[in-house]
Ligand binder design. Structure first.
Ligand SMILES: CC(C)(COP(=O)(O)OP(=O)(O)OC[C@H]1O[C@@H](n2cnc3c(N)ncnc32)[C@H](O)[C@@H]1OP(=O)(O)O)[C@@H](O)C(=O)NCCC(=O)NCCS
Length: 183
């Protein structure tokens, strides 16, 4: 699947994207992506090989004019209700989005996310899209709001991605946003 916007192409990852992805994943910008860290160019190549089979729900964000991969966006279908049985309808999605910091502040994330949401709602049976973002992640919260997502609540000390220097878990406050297809 390929999604085209004015300035971007959202497309499956290729093995040749390893260098561009290593640029932003050698130091993930936020704690919630700490476990996506790529430790070497070789690891980046292996990760691209793994990702290259995924063409439906996870995309590289590439600039139309140069082809450079500047980030990624994806979301997998989930059942809306956490205790749903195995054959429950999977019409709920929670996106991950991330841009190379050199390409932030230019509207690319909004352009990519708007097209991705439209794809999920119109072609992938999405009924509800929700996002978790840490309370201090103002750029991600701003993006959610620009996309028309409602702030549904805040979970205090909800999750820990990294430890404090003394080895205890560092808990984060998480804000939840969502939008329904009918909205
Ligand atoms: C979250 C993230 C994807 C947002 O990216 P971003 O570049 O800040 O978001 P946008 O694409 O909406 O661009 C923001 C600004 O670009 C500016 N901009 C510049 N040129 C523009 C253009 N041609 N069109 C639109 N906006 C433009 C606007 O000022 C816009 O701000 P505004 O909405 O106040 O007007 C990015 O900060 C990121 O990758 N963060 C690290 C990973 C992360 O935190 N992920 C989420 C974890 S929960």
């Amino acid at each position: 699947m390929v999604i085209e916007t004015k300035r971007l192409i959202l497309r499956p990852f290729l093995e040749t994207d390893a260098g561009d992805v290593y640029e932003y994943l050698r130091e993930p910008a936020v704690n919630c992506f700490a476990d996506m860290k790529l430790h070497s160019p070789d690891e980046a190549k292996k990760e691209m090989k793994r990702r290259s089979g995924e063409g439906e729900f996870y995309f590289a964000i590439a600039l139309k004019d140069s082809g450079k991969v500047i980030g990624e966006i994806g979301a997998y279908p989930e059942a809306g209700e956490p205790h749903a049985d195995a054959d429950a309808v999977r019409d709920t999605f929670s996106p991950l989005w991330m841009l190379n910091e050199n390409y932030q502040g230019r509207g690319y994330a909004f352009e990519a996310a708007r097209a991705f949401f439209s794809y999920l709602f119109s072609q992938k049976g999405a009924r509800r899209i929700y996002a978790y973002t840490e309370d201090y992640n103002l750029s991600s919260r701003h993006l959610c709001e620009k996309l028309g997502m409602r702030r549904e609540g805040v979970f205090l000390e909800f999750v820990s991605f990294v430890n404090n220097p003394d080895g205890t878990p560092r808990y984060e406050n998480t804000v939840q946003y969502a939008i329904l297809k009918k909205e």
